[in-house]
Design a protein around this ligand. Structure first.
Ligand SMILES: Cc1cc2nc3c(=O)[nH]c(=O)nc-3n(C[C@H](O)[C@H](O)[C@H](O)COP(=O)(O)OP(=O)(O)OC[C@H]3O[C@@H](n4cnc5c(N)ncnc54)[C@H](O)[C@@H]3O)c2cc1C
Ligand code: SF4
Length: 488
């Protein structure tokens, strides 16, 4: 339980950041994790509250009080084993998870929560450094073959679980590198890609086969999603060759901004802009890269993706970066007795915002203005909400100079043609339709085809994708074997 009086004695410790002027000069990670002594002090703050809300606040149900206690006692090896029981890739979540567990921490009712994410980060980094993270190949092979389509966190978690259950797993990925949005969405400064490469090596040693540059099904001709495929495989081929197919293709259709001027040069989806930079960092040649250098950049959309566009634009050397958000500015502090243990709506300032960014709230873009075919400005209006409806504020029209406009307003659904090719039914939002119930969970309407991750639940988080991948793996294992020893 950590130290009995630890929460009274010790303050929450935040991880450090390299100074802005230094980190803007490169694409590397800049978070300075807690050292072992600091992590121990953080672990000491866990107060054995009896009902660990953090454990259910965490989508993979990490056994947080136990690893806090183990770190406090200096048993790092056992802490790592505890962490791996519920999370295949704590180095991903320890870096990019927004930590809903901390919002749910009982200390957060009237104090600062335990720095759970920073402890997770410290445990897994030490695990890798000590050489404790090793392949765990299955003792017995089942002779069953499973195809996983898509190599994001959902596909990777599922593939690892299925391989450890003894199945022969092949992961198909249309892009040239494995990782999904971990690889091509999340910038290197938030998570360096060597973390994915290390896991791929581990999974290969566990028997997983990775096939990159292979599109399963079809994309619409005009599609702007990242696609490096040199080969196509039909759903029929896949179903004939494999005993089960798990679709984890993500939710790749970006929300558009249907206003006059949308067709102008210099207006791009975030997911046209961000993958190019990640490819350049990886050493790939990108023809005609979209660069923010010397430009006035406006990012439309106030979420994580928008924030990543801000950080990337500043590293390109943008003249200015401004981020628009349709919703009003939320309060800086939540009303904790009202919101705990749930995820509160409050002003979130990311490390990218700290690097330089104007933030405009309650603003809507009416028109994109251009000259000679290129964007030059945005015409906007302020908005407010009345009876749940958005209304424009009369006389609040304004023009913002813009040379580059990045659309980061979220993702509406998976690419429909991929699901159509399989004949997989979709729900009202266009996501692949399947429940998460224990019996029949993650199963689509098509025989032997399962679905998980953003493709099933819609745009979400890495930690939710890992949860869905793990649970879908159990469902596939049960389907193939009639029972499963994989965790629920
Ligand atoms: C810019 C950005 C930043 C983000 N930042 C964070 C963050 O900081 N923290 C966080 O928790 N979450 C973040 N997210 C969300 C998170 O990345 C996703 O929720 C998560 O990656 C979803 O995982 P997934 O495995 O379901 O799908 P994805 O990661 O989208 O992977 C799907 C994969 O399937 C492949 N694929 C699709 N169709 C086919 C096909 N037909 N054939 C072959 N391959 C196919 C795709 O190429 C892709 O590689 C961010 C998202 C974006 C876009
Ligand atoms: S995965 Fe996310 S929610 Fe779960 S313990 Fe780690 S930081 Fe918290």
């Amino acid at each position: 339980m950590g130290k009995v009086t630890g929460f009274l004695e010790h303050e929450r410790l935040e991880e450090g950041y390299e100074p802005v002027e230094l980190r803007l000069k490169n694409w590397g990670e800049f978070v300075i994790g807690l050292n072992q002594e600091q992590a121990k002090v953080q672990g000491a703050r866990c107060m054995d509250c009896g009902t660990p809300f953090c454990n259910s606040g965490c989508p993979v149900n990490n056994i947080i009080p136990d690893f806090n206690d183990l770190v406090y006692r200096g048993d790092w090896r056992a802490a790592l084993d505890t962490l791996h029981q519920t999370n295949n890739f704590p180095e991903f979540t320890g870096r990019v998870c927004p930590a809903p567990c901390e919002a749910a921490c009982t200390l957060n009712v009237n104090d600062d929560p335990v720095g759970i994410k920073s402890i997770e980060h410290a445990i897994i980094d030490r695990g890798w450094a000590e050489g404790w993270v090793a392949p765990q190949p299955a003792a017995v092979q089942t002779g069953r073959k499973v195809a996983v389509v898509g190599s994001g966190p959902a596909g990777l978690a599922a593939a690892q679980q299925l391989a450890r259950a003894g199945h022969a797993v092949t992961v198909f990925e249309k892009n040239s590198r494995i990782g999904g949005l971990l690889r091509y969405g999340i910038p290197d400064f938030k998570m360096e890609k060597s973390h994915i490469d290390r896991r791929i090596e581990q999974m290969q040693a566990e028997g997983v086969v990775f096939r990159t540059g292979v599109l399963v099904g079809a994309l619409p001709a005009e599609s702007k999603v990242t696609n490096d495929a040199k080969e196509t495989i039909s759903p029929e081929q896949l179903k004939a060759e494999f005993d089960a197919v798990l679709l984890t293709g993500g939710s790749e259709t970006s929300r558009d901004l249907p206003v006059p001027g949308r067709e102008l040069d210099g207006v791009h989806y975030a997911m046209e802009f961000l993958p190019q930079q990640n490819k350049v960092v990886a050493g790939d040649k990108v023809k005609g890269q979209i660069k923010a250098t010397g430009k006035h950049v406006i990012v439309i959309g106030g979420g994580d993706t928008g924030s990543d566009c801000v950080g990337t634009s500043n590293r390109h050397g943008a003249a200015s970066v401004t981020q628009f958000e349709l919703m009003p500015r939320p309060p800086v502090e939540e009303n904790r007795p009202m919101t705990w243990p749930y995820w509160p709506i409050k002003l979130r300032t990311s490390s990218s915002h700290d690097e330089g960014c104007g933030r405009e709230f309650a603003i809507s873009t009416k028109e994109i203005v251009g000259a000679k075919g290129r964007v030059t400005a945005l015409k906007t209006v302020r908005v407010q909400w009345q009876d749940g409806k958005m209304v424009e504020v009369p006389g609040s029209e304004q023009e913002y100079k813009a040379d580059l406009v990045l659309l980061a307003m979220g993702f509406v659904a998976p690419v429909a043609t991929v699901l159509e090719a399989f004949g997989v039914a979709r729900d009202a939002r266009g996501n692949a339709k399947a429940t998460t119930e224990a019996q029949g969970g993650y199963r689509s309407n098509v025989d032997k085809v399962f679905v998980a991750g953003d493709m099933r639940r819609g745009q979400s988080l890495v930690v939710w994708a890992i949860r869905e991948g793990r649970q879908a793996a159990r469902a596939v294992d049960e389907y193939l074997m009639g029972h499963s020893a994989l965790p629920r």
